[in-house]
Design a protein around this ligand. Structure first.
Ligand code: ZN
Ligand code: FE
Length: 258
């Protein structure tokens, strides 16, 4: 199984899992790049995986199903047209026609029913995390609470450090700018900032990234670190009782950060 990025809209990635002639897509917000890929690469769609209901992740489902009926996996906790296999925590997805399996994790926060998919391809751990974890950042809280999102992120961060995370947006560079405001002295973050700037200058993706890299540089995952807590406390001017409170302040701060 090969994993490739298809670009959509301004900054979305549709992840395409390719096994021989079979292709599985994750979060097809637009059918056009998928259809173009399938036609050009002599591949046929075998399944659709969805992480949450937002249009930039689901907008292409109807157009793909109009051309070929395939299983559509998605969160049981959200109503999305076309889902044939509603999924919740602990469910396993067996990709049609292959041995590959993905485990389902419920990660509410960005939306109430958001799920992530975790599996191994050629021995390499892969996480499809939609709009929950981003490179050096995390999704906005549209439906869930800060506590829910913090719990969800902690759950993802507990996966093996060499896991490659495939998120749905190219937001890393602007997230790094915020991360530097929180932790200007973080050496790993400074190194990542340089690497991300180089990739983006060459119009290359910064995704996937490893969870280890996130634990070293992503301020949201680092809400339990003393330096990050101190920065959040300076920002809001009060003592924060724990990592979840620090996370909540960081998420609010980022919303207005320019
Ligand atoms: Zn979203
Ligand atoms: Fe999105």
């Amino acid at each position: 199984m090969d994993i490739q990025a298809l670009r959509a809209f301004e900054d979305n990635y549709i992840w395409l899992l390719r096994d021989g002639h079979r292709a599985v897509v994750v979060d097809p917000g637009d059918e056009a790049p998928v259809l173009q890929y399938l036609a050009g690469q002599d591949a046929s769609l075998a399944a659709i995986l969805l992480t949450h209901h937002h249009g930039d992740h689901t907008g292409g489902v109807a157009g793909l199903l109009a051309r070929k009926q395939v299983p559509v996996f998605g969160p049981a906790g959200e109503s999305i047209a076309g889902i044939t296999h509603p999924l919740g925590e602990g469910d396993t997805v067996v990709l049609p026609g292959s041995q590959d399996r993905l485990q389902v994790m419920e990660v509410p926060g960005h939306t109430r029913g958001h799920i992530a998919y975790y599996g191994f391809f050629k021995g390499q751990g892969a996480l499809f995390c939609g709009d929950t974890l981003f490179g050096c950042g995390c999704g906005r809280l549209f439906e869930g609470t800060a506590d829910q999102m913090w719990t969800s992120l902690a759950k993802l961060a507990a996966l093996p450090g060499d896991t490659l995370a495939y998120c749905a947006h190219e937001y890393t560079q602007s997230n790094v700018r915020f991360a530097l405001a929180v932790e200007p002295g973080n050496a790993a973050l400074l190194a990542r900032a340089a690497q991300v700037a180089e990739l983006r200058a060459a119009n290359l993706p910064t995704v996937p990234f490893t969870l280890k890299e996130e634990l070293e540089t992503n301020p949201f995952l680092r809400s339990g670190q003393p330096d990050v807590a101190a920065a959040a406390e300076r920002h809001c001017g009060t003592r924060l009782p724990g990592a979840n409170a620090v996370f909540a302040v960081l998420r609010e701060w980022k919303n207005t950060f320019r």
